[in-house]
Design a protein around this ligand. Structure first.
Ligand SMILES: O=P(O)(O)O[C@@H]1[C@@H](OP(=O)(O)O)[C@H](OP(=O)(O)O)[C@H](O)[C@H](OP(=O)(O)O)[C@H]1OP(=O)(O)O
Ligand SMILES: Nc1ncnc2c1ncn2[C@@H]1O[C@H](COP(=O)(O)OP(=O)(O)OP(=O)(O)O)[C@@H](O)[C@H]1O
Ligand SMILES: [Zn+2]
Length: 418
């Protein structure tokens, strides 16, 4: 596409949401090229380095080794291109191309980014504004389909309702490289244990705002009606939102779920459950999450092999006199280390991505729709649905050290409540 987003285009983009690394804006203008699209713009830490430093070379030497069988990724001249190629060539074949949209890159003027940043600042959660801002060094952004809508927009009176689910890790690790003292990992999910740590850190930080913890469903579940958030927070975490609750949510479902007052929310939840089940999309995701079959307690040793540094973990375990079987991981072939870490990082992407599932009531006599169908027995209704994975970003190799530290922190915090 031969367009560049300039300052004059900024007014056509409105805030949709954000995570730790990107801000997402929805198009509200009238250019046919952008109708039904969102843009995903990289952020950088305020007063710090970008989440992805655009001045750094795209991949480090070790990362180029790790991804050597994906030549296009290794040869990517910019981070945006690398991200897009990773989604397209690594994650999409694993999760199914039908459910993955790598988007397209569109050049942007710095003035566009500056102007959009000013326009949306009031809608951003203050705690995200405090830590991150737009990365003004970027010269392109990703444009992709708005997965909370069906292409072609809202049909007739038919509304489109979407849910966003961040499932996180769906299996319990079995790796023999996990320390005996950490056996709780075999029976309790990381998600559950991590919530305890987050709650503790949150409590320590914002004691006075404790009631927000009850009122907001973090970043694991959101609902959009015709592209507007109606349940859940827009920026992740525990911020207050304008989204509706309880009775108001029930009322909003009126045009979509044909159930009696008071029963629509339950039917809607049934619809989501049924779709997740029959699309089998979580099974596909789980398979990719299971690429992590050494657990971070095993994979970290392969990481030290790759970066050719003495293993800080073995050193600590030895100094503490803790028995472990990890030394054997330092005598494996380099190719094996590369495979362990590559698979771990692919699994990390799959453990953090989200799913967007959109529904619209099936039109009478509709034939040849490219979308799948689901039948909601409780209301005798049929819906078209589509499923998309979002946020399939490449993890930097260096993050292996953070993963190991966070794992320890989660276990320490959990052991305090046992
Ligand atoms: O480590 P986790 O499980 O806390 O996941 C991080 C997410 O936290 P949450 O889902 O809220 O627990 C975190 O999400 P939030 O900032 O909490 O919205 C990010 O998605 C982070 O990814 P990135 O490395 O910044 O691209 C995620 O980091 P990765 O582990 O996926 O690298
Ligand atoms: N293609 C899309 N269509 C509709 N909404 C989207 C799309 N992509 C992202 N969003 C919305 O924007 C939010 C932020 O996007 P995304 O998860 O990609 O950000 P991120 O910073 O990469 O997240 P993370 O914190 O996991 O790193 C999503 O939670 C979702 O609500
Ligand atoms: Zn080691």
């Amino acid at each position: 596409m031969e367009v560049k987003l300039e300052r004059k285009d900024a007014a056509d983009w409105s805030y949709r949401g954000e995570g730790a690394a990107n801000i997402v804006l929805a198009y509200t203008g009238s250019s046919p090229a952008f109708i039904g699209k969102v843009t995903r713009i990289a952020k950088k830490e305020r007063n710090g380095s970008p989440k992805c430093d655009s001045n750094q070379s795209v991949l480090t030497e070790e990362e180029r080794l790790l991804w050597r069988d994906v030549q296009e990724l290794v040869a990517s001249p910019t981070k945006e291109i690398a991200e897009q190629i990773y989604t397209q060539l690594v994650m999409s074949p694993l999760l199914g191309p039908k459910h993955v949209d790598a988007g397209m890159r569109v050049p942007v003027a710095r003035e566009f980014l500056e102007c959009v940043e000013k326009n949306v600042i009031k809608q951003r959660p203050p705690w995200r504004v405090d830590v991150s801002t737009f990365d003004m060094e970027r010269d392109s952004v990703i444009i992709m389909s708005d997965h909370s809508l069906f292409p072609g927009g809202v049909l007739g009176d038919g509304s489109c309702i979407s849910v966003e689910i961040k499932p996180k890790c769906g299996f319990l690790p079995l790796s023999k490289f996990m320390a005996e003292g950490n056996s709780v990992k075999r029976s309790t999910t990381r998600f559950r244990m991590h919530q305890i740590l987050k709650l503790r850190e949150q409590e320590e930080r914002i004691h006075k705002a404790i009631k927000d913890l009850y009122n907001t469903p973090q970043n694991n579940f959101r609902v959009f009606l015709n592209g507007s958030l109606i349940f859940g927070g827009s920026g992740g975490g525990t911020e207050k939102t304008n989204a509706v609750v309880g009775k108001a949510f029930e009322d909003m479902l009126e045009g979509i779920i044909q159930a009696e007052d008071g029963l629509r929310t339950m039917s809607f939840i049934q619809l989501v459950g049924e779709t997740v089940y029959c699309s089998r999309v979580l099974d596909e995701l789980l398979e990719v999450q299971k690429f992590d079959n050494f657990d971070i307690e095993g994979a970290i040793h392969a990481y030290y092999n790759i970066v050719s540094q003495p293993c800080a973990v073995c050193q600590q375990l030895d100094e503490a006199g803790l028995p472990h079987r990890c030394s054997s991981l330092h005598s494996i072939h380099m190719d094996e280390s590369l495979k362990i870490v590559k698979d771990y990082l692919i699994a990390a992407t799959a453990k953090d991505c989200s799913l967007m599932i959109s529904f619209r009531p099936t039109e009478d006599g509709e034939f040849g729709s490219p979308y799948s169908h689901v039948y909601l027995q409780s209301t005798n209704q049929s819906f078209n649905y589509k499923v998309n994975f979002i946020d399939l970003d490449l993890r930097p190799l260096k993050k292996m050290e953070d993963y190991y530290e966070l794992d320890k922190k989660i276990l320490n915090s959990y052991s305090r409540i046992l």
